[in-house]
Structures are given as structure tokens and as C-alpha cells.
Design a protein around this ligand. Structure first.
Ligand SMILES: Nc1ncnc2c1ncn2[C@@H]1O[C@H](COP(=O)(O)OP(=O)(O)OP(=O)(O)O)[C@@H](O)[C@H]1O
Ligand SMILES: [Mg+2]
Length: 369
């Protein structure tokens, strides 16, 4: 069905996701006949190109990798992604350090903005890494999330637009935020201050006649303190990046327990909607085992796309850029683009974390030597 002949409630499926793009995997005939829209024709052209790629065999792994990149480049670059009916607020959390929270936040945000959506990143980590990667000024003294949380300053006074990607906004973090955990302890409504501020920002945008924000990503510090609690209260969804390494799953049960507590006391709507495997190295047994184990425990929530270990991804922040702008055609950028597309096309999960099996493993799989 094309978006032209959809019944009213147009293009919206039962998941509440607006389907403004045809599925590139369906037959091309329906997309090229009379009545085909420009988007249909574009999808047909992309599908034809993908079909024309050589087929790799089991003994051509390099060709297989190249083919994945080529398919992603053809299918995804320059495409518009579906706009959610209402703003999706996604907290990116894992109290484990260095697992790819910030990298995931900024690259998914940039990919979605490049695909035509309005995206806001809340840098909720005193390290300010997300601000750095987005090229956003966050020197001491810059209006930031600290003033928003501690002084209840209006969020719009601190939000900056990305210099590289239109439609991408960031509330920066400065070094001041490192004191906020302690300052917040004695404050009124200490757990809900970020939510109140974000609601105020949305109201302000409406009054200004600005477009609705489609996605908000909150980048968290590697801890489960008050900053992270604020991030869990402001969101409906949690995205957990998991690094495909030894000890990857340790601490996960503590994270899930914290989320359950937040659900019970502060935000009943919160759910772990998405798990993303990062720094995946397909050549090692360990990475494959970790990925397999995560998929066994969270079959629905784990994105099919894994993010490979990539030099381009790790270089980008030193240029104040995401990999999407630094080298948009690289494997790492294409993987984040594919992950962003999956995220955009998935339903907002309504289930809660309570259906997650109790036996979340405390330890990693054995490496088979
Ligand atoms: N896919 C990847 N390939 C290569 N390097 C990566 C990849 N993802 C992240 N990195 C690098 O790994 C390091 C940690 O990543 P990142 O800062 O995103 O983790 P984090 O979970 O936000 O860390 P923290 O807990 O300190 O906030 C960074 O140097 C980053 O550039
Ligand atoms: Mg980080």
C-alpha cells in the first residue's frame, strides 16, 4: 500500500509509528506502477541497486562485509525516517564505564537528524563528552544542564544547535555538573527536576511556533546516582549499550533492578526498549558469544544491527564531530545509520522490565580456546 492510498489515519500502523516510507524489501512492481509516489520510486530504485550487488559465499567474508556496507549505503543514505507520533524520550544508560553510551547517543541522534527529524541531546554527564562530540561549546561558564537542574533555569536558554547537522540540538554539560550530584541531594523534587525542565522546554517551543522535537536522547554518566535517576524519570525508554567484551553483562541485573525501582516509585511508564551491541568484533569468539547471550536473554529488545569496532568512530570526537559527519560512508557510520533506522521503525515497547528473565547472568561466557 502506498502512502497515497492508505486509509485515513494515514500511513500509521498499529504500533503508532508513522510509515511515511515504503518498505524497500517488498517487490518493486508495486512501487513502479501507476500511482507510485516519488518515495515509492526512490525505494524501487534502491531495491534494484541492492539486488544487483554480487552475492557473497561462505568463503568470501570480506566480500560479505563490503556488501553489507554497500547495501546500507544504497538503502539508507539520504533517506527520510518515519516521524514518531509523539516525542520519544530515550535515556542511554549503563553504569559500566566506556561501553559506548556517549558514542551511541551522539551518533544515533545525528543519524536521525540527518534523516529529517528534530533531535535533542541532553548531556547529563559531567565529563561533557556528548557536547564535545557534537561540537557544542561547553567551557566553564557556558549556560548548561547544571543551571537547568540546580537553579531551575529555563532549558531553552542553554540549548544550542549543532554547527554541523540542522535539526540537532544539545543541552551541554560543563564541569560544574560534577558538583550537582551532591547539591541535588537536599533539593525539593530532586528526582524530577529534569522532567519539569524538559516539559517547560516543549511548552516554550510550542509558544515559539517551533517544530515538535521527535527524539530526545539523554546521555548518562557511568553511575546510578541522582543524575541518572533524573534521566530515568524524564524518559519512557531506556537504551542500554552493551560492549561485546568480557564482563559485558556484569552489573546489568543491578541496572535492571534500579529501573524497576524507578518504575515502581517515580515513573511507571519507563521500559527498557532497546539494547545495542557495540564495539563488536566478528572475528573473535568472545564477541560472538556475548552477542549470542544478550540475544538469548533479550530477543525482542536487542537491535539486529551491531556496531563494529571502528577507528573512524573513535577518531571523530577529537574533531568535535560525530562519525556521521566525520566519515558518513565508513562502516561505523553506516552501522549507526542502520541502527537509527531500526530504532525509528520499531514500536515503542509497552512491556516493562519485569518480563526480563530473573537470571540475568552475572558473569561472562567462557572463551573457548
Ligand atoms: N564502535 C566503536 N569503535 C571504536 N571505538 C569506540 C566505539 N564505540 C566507542 N568507542 C570508543 O570507546 C571509548 C568509550 O566510548 P564512550 O565514551 O562512548 O563510552 P561511554 O559509555 O559513554 O563512557 P563513560 O562511561 O565514560 O561515559 C571512547 O574512546 C570511544 O571513542
Ligand atoms: Mg559517556
Amino acid at each position: 500500500m502506498t502512502s497515497d492510498d492508505a486509509p485515513s489515519g494515514a500511513g500509521e500502523d498499529e504500533r503508532g509509528i508513522v510509515e511515511d516510507l515504503p518498505d524497500p524489501h517488498r517487490g518493486t512492481d508495486a512501487l513502479t506502477g501507476p500511482g507510485a509516489t516519488a518515495a515509492d520510486q526512490d525505494a524501487a530504485r534502491r531495491a534494484e541497486l541492492v539486488d544487483s550487488l554480487p552475492r557473497p559465499t561462505a568463503d568470501t567474508p570480506l566480500l560479505a562485509e563490503l556488501q553489507i556496507d554497500a547495501r546500507r549505503r544504497i538503502e539508507l543514505r539520504g533517506r527520510k525516517f518515519p516521524r514518531p507520533e509523539r516525542t520519544r524520550v530515550i535515556t542511554v544508560a549503563n553504569q559500566k564505564g566506556g561501553v559506548g553510551k556517549t558514542t551511541t547517543t551522539v551518533n544515533l541522534a545525528a543519524a536521525l537528524a540527518q534523516a529529517g527529524l528534530q533531535v535533542l541531546v541532553l548531556d547529563n554527564d559531567p565529563q561533557g563528552n556528548a557536547s564535545t562530540a557534537l561540537g557544542i561549546d561547553h567551557r566553564a561558564g557556558t549556560p548548561s544542564i547544571y543551571e537547568v537542574l540546580v537553579d531551575a533555569a529555563p532549558m531553552h536558554e542553554a540549548v544550542q544547535e549543532s554547527p554541523d547537522v540542522p535539526g540537532l540540538w544539545c543541552l551541554p554539560a560543563t564541569i560544574d555538573l560534577s558538583g550537582a550530584e551532591i547539591e541535588l541531594v537536599s533539593m525539593v523534587a530532586r528526582e524530577t527536576r529534569l522532567r519539569t525542565a524538559l516539559d517547560g522546554y516543549f511548552d516554550w517551543r510550542r509558544q515559539q511556533g517551533l517544530e515538535q522535537i521527535d527524539y530526545v536522547f539523554v546521555d548518562c554518566p557511568p553511575s546510578l546516582g541522582l543524575l541518572t535517576v533524573n534521566a530515568f524519570v524524564v524518559a519512557r525508554e531506556v537504551l542500554i549499550p552493551i560492549q561485546c567484551e568480557y564482563y559485558a553483562l556484569e552489573g546489568l541485573s543491578q541496572l535492571l533492578k534500579t529501573i524497576e525501582l524507578i518504575q515502581a516509585h517515580l515513573n511507571p511508564q519507563l521500559a527498557v526498549s532497546t539494547i545495542l551491541l557495540t564495539m563488536y568484533d566478528a572475528r573473535t569468539n568472545l564477541a560472538q558469544q556475548v552477542a549470542q547471550e544478550v540475544r538469548t536473554h533479550f530477543p525482542e529488545r536487542t537491535l539486529r544491527t551491531t556496531v563494529p569496532r571502528s577507528v573512524r568512530i573513535s577518531e571523530a570526537p577529537s574533531y568535535g564531530q560525530t562519525v556521521m559527519t566525520y566519515d558518513g560512508g565508513s562502516s561505523g557510520a553506516l552501522a549507526y545509520l542502520e541502527a537509527a533506522r531500526e530504532l525509528a521503525e520499531r514500536a515503542v515497547r509497552t512491556s516493562t522490565t519485569t518480563d526480563i528473565p530473573a537470571g540475568v547472568p552475572g558473569g561472562p561466557p567462557q572463551e573457548d580456546q
